[in-house]
Design a protein. Structure first.
Length: 299
């Protein structure tokens, strides 16, 4: 290959690789004068969160809002030009009660259900996570919960999963506890047969607590968590603005945030995807270079 062609080949290969590796840039929302005036009159937006749902969201002892949801919600608010004020609560049930009582304008991170739609308007999903069945290691694989009889499932109370399991699987006995950790602890201690939690949460908690007697025994694809923001019904303009802001959050944004909190779960996948893209571009560019070189030789 001619040195000039080789230099050009290397230059374009590096250019394509840089473009693929570079994060996408999303600009702030272009708000109408009416929307700007509305947000100005509204002032800071009061949000309620789950104060103990690591790694999704958590209030530290200093009152700082942290976690995957915290980072994504702040990103959406920043792009919409919204100032957030986190209203502290004791637990998730109190956060729900505060939103019903008008003590906060929005809930930051939750699934949409018919019950919740009675007082909330929802944005589009900005985080999707599969729900998996967690049992002790000696439990058989669970292909279908409807095929079980007399088994006990433990769930954190007040969640959308509890609402759905009670409706869809009356063959199961449902126990409720206060926290995610309590649910896993009950299964670990043989006080319940299983729990049903998100894949990210299950992987994070089992690793953090060292509960290696637990395993993922199955999943329910139809129960995937489509996490959204829920805005009280008397503020539809706020929901619409937040919905547009949520629409600017890309897969790259989500991956970057998740890596920040549970990097072991997804970091290798991202590297392989990037490598595959670069390799594909390399093959295409090499093929074009080879074809061009053959044409030049003919000339």
């Amino acid at each position: 290959m001619h040195p000039g062609w080789f230099k050009a080949f290397v230059y374009y290969w590096l250019l394509f690789a840089t473009i693929l590796a570079a994060p996408s840039v999303c600009h702030a929302l272009e708000l109408s004068p009416a929307e700007k005036q509305y947000l100005q009159s509204l002032g800071s937006v009061r949000i309620c969160v789950d104060p103990d749902w690591e790694p999704y969201e958590q209030l530290t002892v200093e009152g700082k809002y942290v976690g995957i949801a915290a980072d994504l919600v702040r990103l959406a608010a920043q792009r919409a030009g919204i100032t957030l004020h986190v209203v502290p609560t004791r637990d998730w049930n109190e956060s729900i009660a505060f939103s019903k009582a008008g003590k906060c304008d929005a809930l930051a991170f939750l699934n949409r259900t018919p019950l919740r739609e009675e007082w909330l308007l929802f944005t589009s999903p900005y985080f999707v996570d599969t729900n998996v069945i967690v049992t002790r290691v000696e439990h058989d694989h669970v292909a279908d919960l409807k095929g079980l009889s007399g088994e006990v499932m433990v769930l954190p109370r007040g969640t959308s999963v509890e609402e759905r399991v009670r409706r869809d699987y009356p063959n199961l006995t449902v126990m409720t506890v206060d926290t995610e950790a309590d649910a896993f602890r009950m299964v670990e201690g043989r006080q319940a047969d299983m729990t049903l939690r998100s894949l990210t949460m299950a992987a994070f908690t089992i690793k953090k607590e060292g509960w290696f007697n637990l395993k993922i025994a199955g999943e329910i694809p139809a129960y995937a968590n489509l996490m959204r923001m829920g805005v009280v019904r008397d503020k539809p303009e706020l929901r619409d603005i937040l919905d547009r802001a949520v629409g600017t959050i890309t897969e790259e944004d989500v991956r970057e945030v998740v890596n920040r909190h549970v990097s072991i779960t997804v970091s290798h996948r991202i590297q392989y995807e990037l490598f595959a893209k670069i390799l594909a571009v390399f093959i295409i560019v090499a093929g074009l270079g080879y074809y061009r070189m053959k044409e030049l030789r003919k000339i």
